[in-house]
Design a binder for this molecule. Structure first.
Ligand code: ACO
Length: 334
């Protein structure tokens, strides 16, 4: 049977660092509040005009493709996960195909918010397993900074989000490559649409077009009931992790490293505790970048790899949760 492996990883973070202290210029908040409630110290904001969700993705993709030892011409499918696309349409996948001068391959945009990258990985895994594609470019990229409410009203949301991009090349592993690093062993996905209103950008779609009358309510920014989101994030990420491990024939005790969605250090600690894993087996970089939604996991994967934390034979657990609600998990053998 065919299987897929992560053949190359890349990331791109804008140079502009915005500290918690910087945010106090716009809203009533403090470094202490943000650090204590979230663990975030700073985040990156893209340049207002020169960096977009797509330009950041392209930079991350170039690195992932080079590290996979291939070229953009060899990519046969693009899957792009984002909640902050350049345009309502066309999607960012198409814009990457254009920017990188790729062949006229398929490009699919995934709209599953912070779970988007793991959903994209799961979709890529299926296309590889059917034999349809050999090299799939999977991207998670977000430019949140343009769509946040920087007034005190929006402070529970705006302090947690940052901009950035991560990309991987998912490649077909032949039957002989039973010990190829980065093999995807399992993926699971879930949703609970009954809670769709807890976390959303309400305006801009057909249900609530943005008009001169409603623009004052900031319908184009993220609205979130933080505590409700927090509670479900812990429960669902735990369940998804356990399901993905069970499908892979493993348990939490086998996990060498968890790479969770980076939304809140307290959510991550709660999951580690419930999986009975010490925090040194959990990767965290949200202190530097905040929540970059679909980009958090590929960015963290890249940093874990560079730090030598993905060793041959390691079991790596990816797990994410986001608006929808949506959640997803994957077990990868390094
Ligand atoms: N600075 C100072 N005070 C603040 C801030 C801030 N930035 N934000 C809120 N407060 C105040 C509130 O006004 C409130 O004050 P009150 O008690 O006087 O009314 C108090 O702090 C508590 O507010 P909460 O919103 O209840 O704070 P909470 O402890 O829940 O922390 C947070 C908020 C950090 C957002 C947390 O709820 C959280 O991390 N939630 C989960 C986020 C997440 O996982 N999202 C999923 C992915 S995102 C996606 O898919 C797009």
């Amino acid at each position: 049977m065919l299987s897929s492996k992560i053949a190359g990883i890349g990331k791109y973070l804008p140079a502009n660092v915005v500290t918690n202290q910087d945010l106090t210029a716009y809203m009533e908040t403090s470094n202490e509040w943000i650090v204590e409630r979230t663990g975030i110290q700073e985040r990156r904001y893209a340049h207002r005009t020169e960096e977009t969700t797509t330009t950041m993705a392209v930079e991350a993709a170039k690195i992932a493709i080079e590290r996979a030892g291939t070229t953009a011409e060899e990519i046969d499918f693009i899957i792009f996960a984002t909640l902050s696309p350049d345009y309502y349409f066309p999607g960012c996948g198409v814009l990457v195909q254009r920017a990188m001068g790729m062949k006229e391959i398929g490009a699919l945009d995934i709209r599953n918010q912070c779970s988007g990258f793991v959903y994209a990985l799961s979709v890529a895994d299926q296309f590889i397993k059917t034999g349809m594609y050999k090299n799939i470019l999977v991207i998670g990229s977000e430019k949140h900074s343009f769509g946040l409410d920087f007034s005190t009203r929006g402070r529970n949301v705006s302090v947690i989000f940052g901009d950035g991009a991560g990309a991987v090349v998912i490649r077909r592993a032949d039957e002989s490559e039973t010990d190829a690093p980065g093999r995807v062993l399992s993926t699971v996905m879930g949703t609970d649409g009954t809670l769709a209103d807890v976390l959303k950008v309400p305006g801009g779609g057909s249900a609530c077009p943005i008009t001169p009358e409603n623009v004052e309510l900031h319908p184009n920014t993220i609205h979130m009931e933080g505590r409700e989101t927090f509670k479900h994030a812990v429960t669902r990420m735990l369940e998804a992790s356990q399901q993905a491990l069970e499908i892979a024939g493993l348990t939490a005790a086998d996990v060498s490293l968890v790479i969770p969605h980076q939304a809140n250090a307290r959510i991550i600690s709660a999951i580690a505790e419930r999986l009975n894993l010490p925090l040194d087996r959990v990767f965290m970089n949200l202190d530097k970048y905040g929540n970059t939604s679909a980009a958090t996991i590929p960015v963290a994967l890249d940093e874990a790899n560079k730090a030598g934390r993905l060793k041959k034979g390691d079991v790596v657990l990816l797990v994410a949760f986001g608006g929808g609600f949506t959640w997803a998990s994957s077990v990868v053998r390094w």
